[in-house]
Design a binder for this molecule. Sequence first.
Ligand code: HEM
Length: 155
Amino acid sequence: MTTVHTTNEVNLSAPTPNQDADLDLMALTMAALRFVNPWSVNTEQKQWTEVVPGSPEAKDRTITLAEVAHHDTPDDCWIVIYDRVYDISTFLDEHPGGGDIMLEYAGRDASTAFRSSGHSRMAVKALDRFLVGELPLQERLYRRPGGIKLSDIPE
Ligand code: HEM
């Protein structure tokens, strides 16, 4: 005679995953990934404070490339030009070269793009309006001892 199992007879006491152990495993995995490649696991919290672009406080503020990378949307768009960080969110619609071209560099370095577009001295001067900070010495390419020398970059 064939035995038919009803739902009640099914073994419901099968071991459930130990959630604490799972969490530890996840933490270990993240730690290992961070060790192998710190850039692959972004667990950084926002560390910057609001500053008015172009204000005197902006000149003294150090901003890392990791922080810049958080600002990569049309509403919150930062770029790096010659080791300085600019908040160009309000300038996207005004830019004579168009907003899209600048958005391509949102959250990262736009020095060579800016340079190769043949911007005038007036355009270089206009950068000041958008300044929010400066890269730390160890992340700079241009304005550091032994860095890339360009005769015409702003002081
Ligand atoms: C805050 C950053 C920037 C400022 C203040 C700025 C400013 C200007 C200004 C004033 C002009 C008019 C021409 C001139 O005076 O040189 C211009 C044109 C232009 N810009 Fe920018 N720019 C910025 C970033 C960029 C970036 C990142 C790119 C990327 C490729 C770019 C690409 C261009 C191009 C292609 C033109 C020429 C447009 C044309 O002649 O039709 N700009 N920009």
